[in-house]
Design a protein around this ligand. Sequence first.
Ligand code: SF4
Length: 500
Amino acid sequence: MLKLLKEACGVFGAQDFKRDSVFPYIYWGLRSQNHRGHQSHGFITFDREFNLHRELGLVPKIEREDLQNWLTRLPGHVGIGSIRYTTSGGTDEESLIKGIQPFLAETDNAKIAMAFNGNIVNNSQLKREIRVEFPDFTYACDAELLCRKLLLGLEESRSLASSVTACMRDVEGAFSVAGITQRGELFAFRDPCGIRPLCCGYSEDKNICAVSSETVGLDIGGLEFDFEVEPGELVVASENGFKREQLVKCESRALCGFEFAYFARPDSRIGDRYVYEIREDFGRNLGKEYTEITEDADIIISIPQTSNDAAYGLHEETGIRWERASRRHRYVTERAFILLPRERHSTIDKKINILDRRLHGKNIAVVEDSIVRGDTTKTIVQKLRRKGAKRVDLFITFPRIIGPCFYGIDMATYGELIGSKHNAQEIAEIIDADTVNYQSLEGLVRATGLTRDKLCLGCITSEYPTPLAQKMANKMKERFEGGHKERGRIYELASEQTIS
Ligand code: SF4
């Protein structure tokens, strides 16, 4: 799928113990991860005090003549940054501006800066708790909630470890966090299920400690990956490297399965493998699972970028030519989120160029990473038909999405998901394809190199790794199937009592 689904966010943080300016590392760490969020970006550095820059839009190009300005405005040897896409809070311009991360919050005795990737499930309960202590609190987004929760803990205990433990104990959801204490220490932690990725690395001379959502954030700065932050773990940068502390036992590890198919950059590493290697295996699996369909295919085409590696795997498995007959208009960068739903099709149409010469009269195997709403895939299929394709068979690496996500991907309702109402055959009819062939769940799990109990697969299995999310999903499904209209993100609308 072209990058149309709203991702969560990405974070990056670095501390330079030679005390040089750390801003260039933060800048490139975010630029390399801009695929994780396009709505806003922000930087906070620390140099005796916190320095802040937050803005809507992509991380900007910095021209040579502006560089000194940036370095002057964001001095310091420690810093964090965030790129964001809204999965909590409003989406009007005022709300987007309020929700730009990193967040900086303070009380009389404590101050903390924080960048967050994820989503809070017990949002309503936490808001009530925060409002008791901060009566003027107006909710901007989940990062602010978690930041204030952390601050409350610091007020009471003065200990980062016990404040983070309280967050891990009381907050349900996905949170991979990079932050700076008021003493200028870089820290990072990950929720007890480890739903969103987070990794750490160093410069070769070990003077720089860095934390990043994905390994590409380290690669771009010439930093070496060292370890993934464990679920329930807090790490704090020090001159001797990261101090690691397991604060909360991880009862059920649950890394988001969709990271492998769609979100993560192909050149990022998760576990022992690069994401592109895993995606190649997805393609091979599809070839093995659907031999009766692929034997009639003349050519394979991929939807550019996220499906290329899987298309290569399918080509290797079947020997069918992978025809690079779909190309992206490189500088058409408008994102579909800025358009009204009825305009979505025309954006896809503008972004992808399909070359007809080798497609005409052919049976085409199209490789795609996922089908969420179905509208963008339909546009591609129709485009192929217009170019003379005889058959269009779709091969989808991520199994059928049947339920919402509560952990930071903006698919919040059953109603918006074509797979929640229709099986593969019905979807094929709706989007005008001959067949829709999803990779099996077993194939996906095997290719990740993890076991099923180490992954979140909630949106494709309806089994969610945290209890309130499971309750919400069950309740939402019951209401949806009963014909009730969904009003939006249930985790923001509902209290725990109304769900139970
Ligand atoms: S529900 Fe789906 S998208 Fe959300 S974290 Fe789990 S696997 Fe990822």
